[in-house]
Design a protein around this ligand. Structure first.
Ligand code: SF4
Length: 285
C-alpha cells in the first residue's frame, strides 16, 4: 500500500492542482533531450501565476525520511541528488522550451500518513551549468567510473541485491552480456539534429538497434573495468587474477562463460561441461 501511494503521488498531486496554474497538461508533457539524445528528461508540471513560471516537483518518502526533511527544512540538505535534478529540469526548460522558470514548488508526501511538506527552491544557473558539464562528462565516459560508495554504505546495502553489489564493487562481471557492456560499443555523438541516442559497434562497424544492443553477439568482450581481475595486455585482452592469467574473447574464455565462472569460484563445473559438450550456453538468471 505504501509503495502504491509512492507510485501514484505525481498523478494525484497533478490532478489536485488548480487548473488555472498549470501550463503543462500532465506528467511527461514537458521534456527534451541533450547530447545527441543520450540524456533525456521529463519534468512533472510547469505552473504559472503572478507573472512567474514555476516548475513543480512531486516526491514521496516514508515517515523516517519525511521527518528528517521536516527537521532540516531544506530540500537541498535533505537530498542533494534530488536538488540537482530540479536545477537540471529548470535549466533545461529555460534552454529548450523558451520559458523563464525562476523557481520550483517542491511537494513531498509522507507515504505513511499523507502529511505534506512544501518548499520553494530558487533556480541557480551556475548549478545548472555545472550539472550539465557533469552529465556530459559522465555520458562521454567509455567505461564505468570506480565505485564511490563502500560495501557498508546504506545505499549499497539497501538498494542493491547481492549480485548487483558484487558488480558495483568490482567482484563480479554483470550477469548477462549486451552491447552496452562490450568493449566494442560506442555512443554516437554525431546525431544532434534527431537526438536518437544511438549506439554503434566498432568491431562490426554499424549502428546498433535497441534489440541488437540487448542481445549482444558472440564477439562480445567485457569492458575491462567490469572484469574482476587486472588487465595486463590490452592487445590480447589478457587478465591476471591471483596467480592465474586468462584471456577474454570468443576463442578463449567467452564473456558469458566468464560471468558464470566468477560466480562459481572460478571453477569449471558440471553445468559448464554439459553446455560445452552440447555447444550450448549457461544462462545466469
Ligand atoms: S561486438 Fe557484438 S556485443 Fe560487442 S558491441 Fe559489437 S555487436 Fe555488440
Amino acid at each position: 500500500m505504501i509503495f502504491r501511494l509512492g507510485d501514484g503521488v505525481e498523478d494525484i498531486l497533478h490532478k489536485a492542482l488548480p487548473k488555472a496554474f498549470v501550463v503543462t497538461n500532465g506528467p511527461e508533457q514537458i521534456g527534451g533531450k541533450f547530447i545527441s539524445g543520450h540524456v533525456r528528461w521529463h519534468a512533472d508540471d510547469l505552473l504559472y501565476w503572478d507573472d512567474c513560471y514555476r516548475l513543480a516537483e512531486y516526491k514521496s518518502a516514508n515517515s523516517r525520511r519525511f521527518n528528517r526533511l521536516k527537521k532540516l527544512g531544506s530540500y537541498k540538505q535533505w537530498d542533494n541528488g534530488y536538488w540537482c535534478q530540479i536545477q537540471g529540469y529548470m535549466g533545461a526548460i529555460n534552454e529548450q522550451h523558451d520559458y523563464d522558470v525562476e523557481e520550483c514548488v517542491v511537494i513531498v508526501v509522507n507515504k505513511n500518513d499523507c502529511e505534506i511538506y512544501e518548499e520553494i527552491v530558487p533556480f541557480e544557473k551556475a548549478a545548472y551549468e555545472e550539472i550539465m558539464e557533469r552529465a556530459e562528462w559522465l555520458v562521454k565516459l567509455e567505461s564505468p567510473p570506480p565505485p564511490t560508495m563502500t560495501a557498508s554504505d546504506y545505499r549499497v546495502k539497501n538498494f542493491m541485491d547481492e549480485d548487483d553489489q558484487g558488480v558495483y564493487l568490482g567482484h563480479l562481471t554483470p550477469k548477462q552480456i549486451n552491447c552496452r557492456n562490450c568493449r566494442f560499443s560506442r555512443r554516437d555523438f554525431n546525431d544532434d539534429d534527431l537526438k536518437r541516442g544511438r549506439w554503434g559497434c566498432k568491431k562490426h562497424r554499424k549502428v546498433l538497434t535497441f534489440d541488437e544492443q540487448k542481445a549482444g553477439c558472440n564477439d562480445h568482450e567485457w569492458i575491462p573495468e567490469l572484469v574482476p581481475a587486472t588487465l595486463i595486455d590490452e592487445d590480447e585482452m589478457i587478465y591476471q587474477r591471483d596467480d592465474e592469467q586468462f584471456q577474454n574473447g570468443p576463442d578463449h574464455i567467452p564473456s558469458d562463460r566468464m560471468a558464470w565462472l566468477c560466480r562459481n569460484g572460478w571453477v569449471q563445473d558440471e553445468a559448464l561441461e554439459i553446455a560445452e559438450a552440447f555447444s550450448g550456453k549457461v544462462e545466469i538468471l
